[in-house]
Ligand binder design. Structure first.
Ligand code: NAP
Length: 250
């Protein structure tokens, strides 16, 4: 019997955590499709991975553009006809200049975050789902954040410690978490596992150089969830503590 290679698509994989998740999956002999909206950056990432002996291919993919998603689906359908792993990693990250107080936040800023971090994730997932259903062990990993945890955010209310997070990013990741749970239930009968991953504050362009975790560490929960066995969890939220992947509260 011919054993077909495992294929993973990682969105926003030209840099940061997406690139590192692709690298770690590639090191496990998984063919990695590098989704990126910038062709030069995407191809440069692929060249770097190939130089490390990884089987990588660039896929032009702007997750907020339905035409771009459709084209990417067509390419993966024609070239492979299935997809084993989808990592919804690309996101709009908060900038220092974003004003995010719930009492003042603009509709425009809320929409911007919800469009990229929630609506686009749903659109990408729905569009690739027919290909994931062709896998014998489909896995969907939504890159979330502890900031999208209502439990963790509500702890700020009772502490004198850190400021509460800004509402646009927090709400968009909380919505993504809800997508994880409800989609996991819908797809359980298909054997497709859907989980959220929290990398922790990580040293990317978004996290900054002083973040506590390296990209190698931050990528760990997503890689673990992408490679779950058939008896692994679904509809759950994971982060990492020291060397271990652990549950995160919703
Ligand atoms: N870093 C952290 O501390 C941290 C903590 C918690 C959760 N996370 C989550 O982890 C994921 C990765 O974060 P990161 O720190 O690696 O972010 P990053 O370094 O800012 O990279 C973001 C990636 O998303 C891509 N992207 C943004 N909008 C896109 C679009 N419309 N279409 C396609 N690609 C798009 C960017 O592409 P361009 O290069 O073209 O801009 C880039 O590749 C995100 O989901 C984030 O919310 C990160």
């Amino acid at each position: 019997m011919e054993i077909r290679s495992k294929i993973a698509l990682i969105t926003g994989a030209n840099r940061g955590l997406g690139f590192e998740i692709a690298r770690q999956l590639g090191k496990r002999q998984i063919k990695v499709l590098i989704g990126a909206r910038n062709a030069a950056a995407g191809q440069a990432a692929v060249n770097g991975l190939i130089a490390e002996g990884i089987d990588a291919l660039f896929i032009l993919l702007d997750i907020t553009e339905t035409n771009s998603i459709d084209k990417a689906v067509r390419i993966v359908t024609e070239k492979f006809g299935y997809l084993d792993i989808l990592v919804n990693n690309a996101a709009r990250l908060p900038k220092a200049t974003d004003s995010g107080l719930p009492s003042q936040v603009s509709q425009e800023l809320l929409l911007e975050f919800l469009e990229t971090n929630f609506l686009a994730q749903v659109n990408v997932t729905q569009s690739f789902l027919p290909l994931i259903k062709q896998s014998t062990a489909g896995r969907i990993v939504n890159m979330s954040s502890s900031i999208g945890s209502v439990t963790i955010s509500s702890e700020h209310l009772h502490q004198n410690g850190p400021k509460p997070p800004r509402i646009p990013y927090a709400a968009s990741k909380a919505a993504l978490n809800m997508f994880t749970v409800i989609l996991a239930k819908e797809l359980r009968q298909d054997g497709i596992k859907v989980n959220s991953a929290d990398p922790g504050l990580t040293q990317t362009d978004a996290g900054g150089p002083n973040a506590p975790y390296t990209v190698e560490q931050g990528a760990r929960p997503a890689v673990w969830l992408a490679c779950l066995d058939d008896d692994g969890p679904t509809g759950c939220f994971f982060t990492h503590v020291e060397e271990h992947v652990v549950n995160n509260p919703w």
